[in-house]
Design a protein around this ligand. Structure first.
Ligand SMILES: Nc1ncnc2c1ncn2[C@@H]1O[C@H](COP(=O)(O)OP(=O)(O)OP(=O)(O)O)[C@@H](O)[C@H]1O
Ligand SMILES: [Mg+2]
Length: 352
């Protein structure tokens, strides 16, 4: 008897290649929804990946292979996601037309919408079907990604004998996880704070209406600690994470945290203000924080106070099961915020 859902091999392995760490997530479908099969991360050396660009493909490739080996992952079909300056996500309002006409129109007019030479980018689009009953205009989400950046990833992955079947965008992967895990969509701001960038994706009734990457992140705190005390990056990182005692550095470190978080909150507020000025009758209901930066002590309370929104930490595994003897529940809890993007990619079927 065959079960009425796709088999394990139909899901891709989600690989999120961040500037601080690679995150890998493998899911499978069960009768009760999704189950986590494998989960892991590996820290990358400083500079191997930055602002969505691959600078040391050998080292990153080696880390991916090691992770796959340690996690005993056999499936070769993977999905990865891109972000940073090389990806432009833009919403345009166009006359309603069928997919073929839309494709033709976008190919002809793309240069009007994106600041890159059309020959240099991969283009994709999705009709958001916002026309409503009898309407003749619809919003279309356009994605343009620089070929040279994407090709570097594709080449690295193929050299590992892996098969890259999905190229996602960080913000969309986040949205995908959110839709599955939280279901009640409403008007919500998804904010992923990584090591070197913050991705903001505001959803209004499930449709992305504000999407941006800002170059701020948790590495800023490490670098400021490093510069203030003239110490190595690793020591500064350990001080930041509290894995070594701050002692007489405590007060200055707290000051660095406050300055950085204030800057983050300002950026988030700018995006929220933009949203509210365009959607005055659809107020945001909450803000969901992911990425390693979400774990900065006190950030959720600070954000809640400054934005007057309810703020929570993203748990991509809310509706997923896992085996305790395979994945330590404590590890799962601690890594959950960083895993939101890898999980969103892993939810994609390889059949699309
Ligand atoms: N408790 C914590 N407090 C502050 N920062 C933390 C904490 N835990 C992790 N981080 C930081 O979060 C960052 C890693 O998060 P994440 O894995 O989301 O980044 P990334 O995806 O590799 O980066 P990016 O998406 O910006 O390229 C590191 O800078 C790490 O020091
Ligand atoms: Mg990231």
């Amino acid at each position: 008897m065959s079960l009425p859902f796709t088999s394990k091999s139909d899901l891709v392995i989600g690989v999120d290649i961040g500037s601080h760490a690679i995150k890998v997530c493998q899911l499978k479908q069960t009768r009760k929804g999704y189950a986590i099969v494998a989960l892991g991360s590996a820290v990358l050396p400083d500079g191997a990946v930055d602002d969505g660009t691959l600078y040391d493909s050998e080292l990153v490739g080696e880390s991916i292979l090691n992770l796959f080996k340690n996690l005993k992952i056999k499936n070769k079909k993977i999905g990865f996601s891109i972000s940073g300056y090389s990806v432009i996500v833009k919403k345009v309002n166009l006359a309603v037309m069928d997919d073929a006409a839309l494709e033709e129109h976008i190919m002809e007019e793309a240069e009007q919408y994106i600041p890159f030479d059309i020959e240099d980018v991969y283009l994709d689009f999705q009709d958001l079907n916002t026309q409503g009953e009898g309407g003749d205009r619809t919003d279309v989400m356009l994605v343009a990604a620089k070929k040279e950046i994407v090709d570097d990833y594709l080449e690295m992955i193929r050299e590992l004998n892996l098969n890259p079947v999905i190229v996602d965008v960080d913000g969309f992967a986040l949205e995908n996880t959110y839709e599955y895990s939280y279901q009640k969509i409403g008007n919500v701001a998804l904010v992923d704070i990584g090591a070197s960038k913050m991705n903001i994706n505001i959803l209004s009734n499930g449709i992305s209406v504000v999407a941006r990457d800002i170059i701020v992140g948790s590495r800023q705190i490490t670098e400021q600690i490093q510069n203030t005390f003239d110490i190595e990056f690793e020591e500064a990182e350990a001080l930041k994470l509290g894995s070594i005692a701050a002692e007489d550095k405590q007060q200055e470190i707290e000051g660095i945290f406050t300055t950085t978080c204030t800057q983050w909150v300002l950026e988030i507020k700018k995006a929220i203000d933009l949203y509210h000025s365009n959607h005055p009758d659809q107020p945001l209901t909450k803000l969901v924080l992911s990425g390693g930066g979400a774990k900065v002590h006190g950030l959720t309370d600070f954000l809640a106070k400054e934005t007057a929104l309810s703020v929570e930490i993203f748990n991509p595994f809310l509706k997923m099961t896992s085996k305790k003897r395979k994945i330590d529940p404590k590890y799962l809890d601690s890594i959950a915020p960083e895993m939101a993007i890898a999980t969103g990619i892993a939810l994609r079927s390889s059949n699309i």
